[in-house]
Design a protein around this ligand. Structure first.
Ligand SMILES: [Zn+2]
Length: 216
């Protein structure tokens, strides 16, 4: 009954038609969703830099994955939405951890070594994130207005893992339905705002400009 109630409650969500677009300042790493930022002549709201071409976020790889997931959702391919959606969120997290390390002076070799050594998503969230930022992921999410995000993300991972590893937990497998797919879409949509906020706090925090490694 509990599952049914939850499904009904969230089936009202309407996913974004497409991924939101942000612009990245190449100097400080700030991400802004304001359309005027597409114009390199608009000064960065964070560091004031103008006249330098900005990269778009999500990058082509993530944007393409996002597009495919939305298409599968429109085609009612619930299982694929949950599996790819969970992968998408993990890619976004890896991207952000990589950016945080890069912003604080870690070179590519160090960054890939760290990410290779901490492959499990749970550990990346529970151990690596706090080590790099000095804050728990849950606390940062709460501060940015996404209190339930970590818990709901964990739930999606559990469902995906149960499916992939062919577990005997029938209940988990049966949860790969329209309601779970819709919750995955909602998490993806929220992930953009959340990860951009985290980026602007932990990447574009002014340290990148000076190239300093030490934290305040
Ligand atoms: Zn900037």
């Amino acid at each position: 009954m509990k599952t049914k109630h939850r499904a009904t409650a969230t089936l009202t969500y309407v996913p974004f038609a497409e991924a939101p677009l942000y612009w990245e300042c190449p100097v400080c790493g700030n991400l802004s969703g304001a359309l005027v930022m597409a114009d390199a002549n608009t000064p960065c709201p964070r560091c004031g830099t103008a006249g330098v071409e900005r990269r778009s976020f999500p990058n082509e790889r993530l944007g393409h994955l996002d597009e495919r997931i939305r298409k599968y959702h429109a085609e009612s391919e619930w299982e694929i939405v949950v599996i790819l959606g969970a992968t998408f969120l993990e890619t976004l997290l890896e991207d952000m951890l990589d950016r945080i390390m890069g912003a604080h002076g870690a070179d590519v070799a160090v960054r890939s070594m760290v990410l290779d050594n901490v492959r499990a998503v749970g550990q990346r969230i529970g151990r690596l994130f706090p080590q790099l930022t000095g804050e728990e992921f849950e606390a940062a999410a709460l501060e940015m207005g996404f209190r339930d995000f970590p818990k709901r993300w964990r739930r999606i991972r559990e469902v995906r893992n149960a499916f992939i590893h062919d577990t005997q937990y029938r209940e988990e497998i049966e949860a790969l339905d329209a309601a779970t797919a819709l919750r995955t879409m909602e998490l993806m949509d929220q992930a953009y705002s959340l990860f951009v906020s985290m980026n602007n706090k932990f990447v574009a925090d002014g340290q990148r400009v000076r190239g300093a490694v030490q934290r305040p």
